[in-house]
Design a protein around this ligand. Structure first.
Ligand code: SF4
Ligand code: SF4
Length: 434
């Protein structure tokens, strides 16, 4: 408990080698730990002043002895007066040890998705208020936060995002904390965080998360057409990245609808790569120059630019997990996760609609391990009997994979496999019912 980040030894040793030369094989455990320390120092230098070595080494070595993470679960039955979901959230906060995650004086990022305009199955703001009040009881200072989208919509910049949040009830009067968008007005507030991953040496994390000392991540568990499902890992990965970081995960490229393009040239002016030009009165993309940042799409007043989201599923999930790792690397032991298994819709809250849930409401989970809590969430969803006459086309029986029953080409459980492999958390969990 109280542990969040663990980098695998091979990543740390590679960082040590990149900073101070090749490591000679020696075999002794003391030398191994010495090289780990060198790696953590290199990591500290790369992360611009944060010192993961000082924070992580002891935790990492202790974690080597652990094999299972605790996940606390509250079902939705009321067993007495006042036994509400709000009350359960407060009990979960305490049971999962979030009182040690949040310390007096902390700025605490309460990361959640306020829902795209048109969606109404996002996390209830009243539930966020319970978390905010518990954080205040810890004498810390919470703020509600998220980042701008890659696509054009009601959360594409901080102004529209804040208005959408208020329209959906994430107002100070309801949640008791301000909404502060973490990546700045137009997604330009972020820093590179070194992770030494397979796909990324470093990832782009929104500055608002790096400014916070601790974080409570509230995730609505639901389906997703690429990731298979969205839980804590995806909330960290996409949710803590500015639009340019989201583009790195998607590896998408814009597509111009020439029938809608009026040739105004706005996209050419915002493109940092001069990849968009006007040819015969219409926008034209040079794909060799494009880095997939999405600025052109957000700038287009005609909605003429869309992204090609087509990508290979497993590499996409690996990029997602590496981003999630970067999002919490500076906060060992300082991140708590609450997953809401209710309104389990086929699509994520980024879509401007809300489809019927594919399984019954199940309950609420809390843990300090994002991999364990997502693994437990998947198992609980799959244990349900799926609803007929919904987007669930197959796999209705208890025990069958529900999210591939909706998106048959996806591989939701690969999030768990790869996230555990890179040290984001434990795939093994112990479910503790309140
Ligand atoms: S995605 Fe970014 S780099 Fe590519 S054309 Fe659009 S603005 Fe330019
Ligand atoms: S901003 Fe939109 S309408 Fe204007 S040139 Fe670019 S694609 Fe066309």
């Amino acid at each position: 408990m109280g542990y969040t980040i663990r980098l695998p030894p091979d990543v740390i040793l590679r960082l040590a080698e990149s900073s101070s030369g090749p490591i000679k094989p020696s075999g002794g455990p003391d030398d191994h730990h010495h090289h780990l320390k060198r790696g953590y120092r290199a990591l500290g230098a790369l992360t611009g002043g944060h010192n993961p070595y000082a924070l992580l080494t002891g935790e990492y070595l202790r974690k080597e002895q652990m094999t299972m993470a605790d996940v606390y679960f509250a079902d939705l039955r009321a067993r007495g007066p006042h036994d509400s979901r709000s009350r359960k959230i407060r009990r979960l906060f305490e049971a999962a040890g979030f009182g040690a995650v949040v310390r007096p004086g902390d700025l605490v990022a309460v990361k959640l998705h306020v829902g795209e305009r048109g969606c109404d199955t996002f996390i209830n703001p009243i539930f966020a208020r319970q978390v905010v009040e518990k954080i205040k009881e810890c004498r810390a200072h919470p703020f509600i936060t998220d980042t701008g989208t890659l696509y054009a919509g009601s959360r594409m910049d901080a102004v529209r995002h804040t208005v959408t949040a208020i329209e959906h009830g994430f107002d100070y009067a309801v949640v008791g904390a301000p909404v502060i968008i973490a990546d700045g007005i137009r997604g330009g507030y972020w820093s590179e965080i070194a992770i030494g991953g397979k796909h990324f040496e470093s990832v782009r994390i929104a500055g608002g998360f790096l400014d916070a000392e601790s974080m409570i991540v509230l995730s609505h568990v639901k389906g997703h057409d690429l990731a298979g499902f969205g839980g804590a890992i995806k909330n960290l990965a996409m949710g803590c990245a500015p639009p340019s970081g989201k583009a790195e995960q998607h590896v998408g490229r814009p597509l111009v609808d020439l029938d809608r393009c009026g040739g105004c040239g706005k996209c050419t002016r915002v493109c940092p790569q001069a990849a968009m030009t006007i040819v015969e009165g219409r926008a034209h993309l040079n794909p060799e120059h494009c880095v997939g940042c999405g600025d052109c799409m957000r700038s287009c007043p005609e909605g003429a630019i869309e992204f090609d989201w087509t990508t290979e599923i497993r590499p996409f999930i690996e990029r997602l997990c590496e981003y999630a790792l970067g999002a919490v690397l500076d906060k060992p032991g300082r991140v708590g996760y609450i997953n809401f298994l209710q309104n389990i819709t086929p699509d994520c809250d980024c879509v401007p609609w809300s489809d019927a849930p594919i399984v019954p409401d199940i309950g609420i989970l809390a843990s300090t391990d994002p991999v364990a809590i997502d693994h437990a969430s998947l198992d609980l969803v799959d244990s349900q009997r799926g609803f007929a006459q919904t987007a669930l086309a197959r796999n209705h029986a208890p025990g069958e994979d529900k999210f591939t029953g909706v998106w048959d080409y996806t591989d939701a459980r690969y999030q768990i496999t790869y996230a555990a492999r890179i040290g984001l958390g434990d795939a093994s969990y112990r479910l503790i019912e309140l």
